[in-house]
Ligand binder design. Structure first.
Ligand code: MD3
Ligand code: FE
Length: 217
């Protein structure tokens, strides 16, 4: 009885775990917001569809992407950059929903970044087999601001390396509702995502959605 009680509390309470200096994993932090996040995502997707962007090397990414906020991250044959308009429609990216902005701000505050004000949210959609190879996020102006990521849907193996591409990455399983704040010395760490294993998530289906909140300018 007592053990059951504590297990059920552990299931709902978010926990804090340091992955590295400046990288804080908040397990389940987004779970209370899941329905609102999913509703708002549908709305964004209607205005700015997921698409497989082309890298400067000419390859289509296996991850499909869209954005919301003042700025959106894009890649094409001419390079990586932030743009105010969706290149597919020519229209501004959908505004950042208040629920997204609040969640990102509350998570950043938990990790000690009290004034996080993201102007961009890159939304990544992984279907089974999709992956992201090791990279650094360097297209933002101010590396003093953290990046906040929110995982929804199927679990993924996140690869967390060091400051050099050759540093052997550690593996972390990120699950539905997990939020990570990447700041300080972790901000420029190499990172990636292993190919997504097939499965079915009760709310999100056969995919993983990752929101990454950034201060681009
Ligand atoms: C660590 N996305 O969009 S989120 C990306 O799960 C990206 O979709 C992955 O890497 C995903 O650029 C990882 C976690 C993440 C995001 C940014 C970081 C980890 C980071 C920046 C610096 C260090
Ligand atoms: Fe990244």
């Amino acid at each position: 009885m007592t053990a059951d009680l504590f297990e059920s509390i552990a299931d709902v309470l978010p926990s804090r775990e340091a992955m590295a200096e400046g990288a804080m994993l908040l397990r389940g932090f987004a779970s209370p917001f899941e329905s609102e996040l999913i509703a708002v995502l549908r709305d964004i997707e209607r205005q700015a569809a997921f698409r497989h962007m082309i890298t400067p090397g000419g390859h289509a990414m296996s991850v499909a992407m869209t954005n919301c906020g003042e700025l959106g991250w894009v890649t094409d044959r001419s390079g990586y950059r932030y743009e105010g308009n969706d290149p597919e429609t020519g229209k501004p990216w959908p505004a950042m929903p208040a629920a997204f902005f609040r969640l990102a701000g509350q998570a950043a505050a938990q990790a000690g970044f009290s004034e996080f004000s993201p102007d961009a949210c890159l939304i990544n959609r992984y279907q089974p087999g999709a992956r992201m190879s090791l990279h650094q996020d360097k297209d933002e102006d101010d590396f003093g601001a953290p990046i906040v990521s929110v995982s929804l849907g199927l679990p993924a193996i996140f690869l967390f390396g060091g400051s050099k591409r050759s540093d052997k990455p550690r593996r972390f399983r990120l699950e539905h509702g997990d939020v990570v704040v990447w700041g300080g010395p972790s901000r420029l760490a190499f990172h990636g995502v292993a190919p997504l294993a097939d499965g079915e998530h009760a709310l999100i289906g056969r995919q993983r959605i990752n929101l990454t909140f950034r201060k681009a300018r």
